[in-house]
Design a binder for this molecule. Structure first.
Ligand SMILES: [Zn+2]
Length: 336
């Protein structure tokens, strides 16, 4: 993907202090080999000695980081996506959005890092005024062409929102990608109406699955330049003006099919076999026509009829949930 030759390390990387407490002292946790996208240097995650935050220390410079999202970051494969991602995602979306509708008065919604715009589509079909932002040109194009949703290309700080204020902002799987997470939260605060809500979801460094699978944990990948735990996410939020309204973890059921699958597929040998099979499957699907999500009726009544929503509060009562040990942290912040 990149031209690896003749790259001087210092030209492409910054060695940063802890983004949460600015401490310079850290211990090395993991070193990953992401040669395909990260040049020839290892991607190193460290733990801050002072606050425990896990972050990538030899960080690519902004310009290089942006390049990572320009290519095939969003693998557009709606045919497979429909079952693998779309169905569970709908359940997840409804889980987050629907309970909020009673709590907020307006219906002005902003999705940051909205990808191909599926959440925007659900909200628009149910009466919200929607706006999306995403760094991936491929995703922006998909949302416009297939869903008729105009997504602003770029990063949130590049977009001119004018006088526009929102009642709800979602940033799902975004925080772990951002160079300045606090600045991001503060921007969201400014863009919200009074009593507006910011929902964020991010991988959980305190996940029990991370303890089990170690380096093979699903939360580790070259795009995740920091990983929050309940403690460090709490610390970040306390530096802002927001109040915490709800805080939980998802994917709590260790015996659920997808978690067993993750665990098995994290084992080196099986991982190899699965990834080969996956490549073959992808190749086979390559020439097939994309299914058209834009034709799906995503009004609430229809979604509830067609999707299995009995797991809507998945794992909220389990021990793993109580201890915040699930794979993903979900936090709801309110602007008082
Ligand atoms: Zn720190």
């Amino acid at each position: 993907m990149h031209d690896n030759k003749n790259i001087a390390c210092k030209d492409y990387y910054d060695y940063i202090n802890c983004p949460l407490c600015q401490s310079r002292s850290s211990v090395r946790l993991y070193s990953f080999d992401y040669k395909k996208i990260y040049f020839e240097f290892p991607f190193v995650l460290v733990r801050c000695k002072d606050c425990g935050f896990i972050y990538n220390r030899n960080r690519l410079k902004t310009e290089q980081l942006n390049k990572l999202y320009n290519t095939d970051y969003y693998v557009i494969d709606p045919k497979g996506l429909e079952k693998r991602l779309w169905f569970p995602a709908v359940e997840d979306y409804l889980n987050k959005i629907r309970p909020l509708e009673e709590k907020i008065s307006g219906r002005n919604f902003l999705d940051i890092g909205c990808g191909m715009g599926f959440l925007l589509k659900i909200c628009r079909d149910n009466g919200w005024t929607v706006k999306g932002v995403d760094v991936s040109a491929t995703a922006v194009e998909y949302a416009g062409k297939n869903l008729g949703i105009k997504v602003e290309p770029g990063r949130m700080e590049d977009v001119d929102f004018g006088e526009n204020k929102f009642n709800l902002i979602c940033a799902l799987d975004l925080l772990e990608h951002l160079e300045q997470p606090l600045k991001f939260i503060e921007l969201c605060y400014e863009l919200l109406e009074k009593n507006g809500i910011l929902v964020m979801e991010t991988p959980n460094a305190g996940s029990i699955y991370k303890k089990i699978t170690g380096k093979f944990w699903v939360g580790f990948n070259p795009y995740h330049i920091q990983i929050f735990s309940p403690g460090t996410l709490g610390k970040l939020v306390r530096q802002s003006k927001f109040e915490i309204f709800d805080f939980y973890t998802t994917y709590n059921d260790i015996f659920a099919k997808r978690n067993l699958w993750r665990w098995f597929s994290s084992q080196a040998y099986l991982k190899n076999v699965f990834s080969k099979l996956w490549q073959l499957k992808r190749r086979a699907m390559k020439d097939e026509i994309y299914s058209d999500i834009s034709r799906l009726d995503t009004s609430y009544g229809n979604l509830e009829k067609n999707f299995n929503l009995k797991n809507m509060t998945e794992g909220r009562d389990s021990l793993i949930a109580k201890k915040l040990w699930g794979d993903q942290l979900v936090i709801f912040l309110i602007k008082k």
